[in-house]
Design a protein around this ligand. Structure first.
Ligand SMILES: Cc1cc2nc3c(=O)[nH]c(=O)nc-3n(C[C@H](O)[C@H](O)[C@H](O)COP(=O)(O)OP(=O)(O)OC[C@H]3O[C@@H](n4cnc5c(N)ncnc54)[C@H](O)[C@@H]3O)c2cc1C
Length: 399
């Protein structure tokens, strides 16, 4: 059998895998990235990912480093204030709100929000300019045999490859992780999330608002204007049966419930995209690496969409891997490099997964007495300046 060679084979061309392909391509490595499906790069097409990602400043710095930010910035909405509201009392009433203003910490905003379908469009376009990177859509990894000096990988197009490093960026059911025999710990909450976009009459003024009520948070994240109107991305978390009921409503009834849940903060919102439904779990792999293999992004960790942590943690994985690879090109994929990667990332990932799990459980509290407890806890936490600043720094990925 003739095997072709590459420095790095990336299994998975989601947002994390595509960013990794660009980062390692820009760093001068030969890269092959494969994904069974072609990325949907148009918001109107079936299967478009209507989620958006709030990138915190460390992720924006990585995009700047790898030459992507100039492409993304024109479509990005700044996140200046993170507002937390508790709506656990009378329906439609935000009885307690607290603001985190990025100006308290630095001259920069917390980060920038970008639609996921647009990220894919810009990333695929950028990859076309990197001659040392090949992106093969319609191809998956099927067989993986790690060896001491390389990983042997067979693809669904029947080609066989030797890679000094195999990166598993192939999502929560990662084939690479399973082939490496790395177990995961999974927590199921019985929740799902609806993700969609809206326009509204009241400008968002770059404020991202999380409205807590039992079932989970309802989050409105600023987007650039759409058709001349202020626009926001919404993530609405509820128990699974409630999400099924909401998703089946005709648009006017859906919008009436959405506006009540949003406490009318941005005025009457209009839904401008189809609904997409996402199951909510926490999951963590017991290791981030194995022989010749690095796991990153959802292959290694999944968190509920609270506090914009998921993909930001993934880009921190990538920055760590890239820095280790750049420190010693010859050492790419060695046991030393991969142990260092695991040691630098796993403890931090464990802490963030545990923190988001606790926030999600607090947000789901249903009984009135627990809801009141949540409101007063939130109030107390966010009123104490040192606590608030520590939380803001943690949210920003700062130490
Ligand atoms: C509603 C919602 C809102 C969110 N908002 C935010 C936010 O604001 N900020 C934030 O940081 N994070 C956010 N997240 C988290 C973020 O969206 C995810 O972390 C991210 O999309 C996961 O990307 P990924 O590339 O790891 O996985 P995926 O997008 O699942 O990509 C994995 C890819 O691997 C491919 N694949 C599967 N099997 C194979 C195989 N055998 N061979 C090759 N390829 C394979 C799949 O086709 C897929 O394209 C949110 C999540 C949700 C659910």
């Amino acid at each position: 059998m003739v095997r072709k060679s590459t420095d790095i084979l990336i299994s998975g061309g989601g947002v994390a895998g595509l960013t990794a392909a660009i980062a390692f391509g820009e760093a001068g490595f030969d890269v092959l990235c494969v994904d069974p499906s072609a990325p949907v790069t148009d918001r109107q097409s079936a299967g478009a990912d209507m989620r958006s990602t709030a990138f915190l400043m460390p992720s924006v710095e990585l995009f700047q480093d790898i030459g992507l930010w100039d492409r993304l910035q024109p479509y990005a909405a700044a996140l200046q204030i993170m507002r937390i509201a508790d709506a656990g009392g009378v329906a439609g009433d935000a009885r307690m709100t607290r603001d985190f203003d990025a100006a308290e910490l630095s001259e920069h905003p917390f980060g920038y929000n970008l639609p996921n379908w647009l990220l894919r469009r810009e990333m695929v376009a950028h990859l076309a300019n990197l001659p040392n990177v090949t992106f093969s859509a319609g191809v998956s990894t099927t067989q993986i045999t790690p060896r001491e000096t390389e990983a042997l990988v067979t693809l669904s197009d029947s080609t066989s490859w030797r890679a000094r490093l195999l990166i598993g960026a192939d999502g929560r059911d990662s084939n690479v992780r399973q082939a490496a025999g790395i177990p995961v710990k999974t927590t199921r909450y019985g929740q799902k999330a609806l993700a969609f976009t809206t326009t509204h009459p009241i400008p968002h003024h770059n404020v991202s608002t999380e409205v807590h009520r039992s079932g989970g948070p309802f989050t409105m994240v600023p987007l650039p204007d759409h058709d001349g109107l202020p626009a926001s991305a919404v993530v609405w978390m509820e128990e699974g049966h409630e999400i099924a009921r909401l998703a089946a409503l005709p648009q006017p009834a859906f919008e009436a419930e959405m506006n009540l849940r949003a406490c009318h903060i941005l005025g009457p919102m209009t839904r401008t995209s189809p609904l997409t439904i996402w199951p909510i779990i926490s999951q963590i792999a017991t290791r981030m690496s194995a022989q010749r293999i690095a796991l990153m992004a959802e292959a290694a960790h999944v968190v509920p969409p609270i506090g914009a942590q998921g993909l930001n943690m993934s880009l921190a994985d990538l920055a760590t891997l890239r820095d280790l690879a750049l420190a010693d090109h010859a050492d790419l994929g060695s046991a030393k490099m991969l142990d260092a990667y695991h040691n630098r990332r796993h403890r931090e990932v464990q802490a963030r997964v545990a923190g988001i799990d606790a926030l999600n459980r607090a947000s789901m509290m249903g009984a009135p007495v627990l809801r009141d407890l949540r409101a007063s806890l939130l109030g107390a936490l966010y009123s104490a300046a040192p606590v608030r600043k520590t939380l803001m720094k943690a949210g920003l990925g700062l130490r």
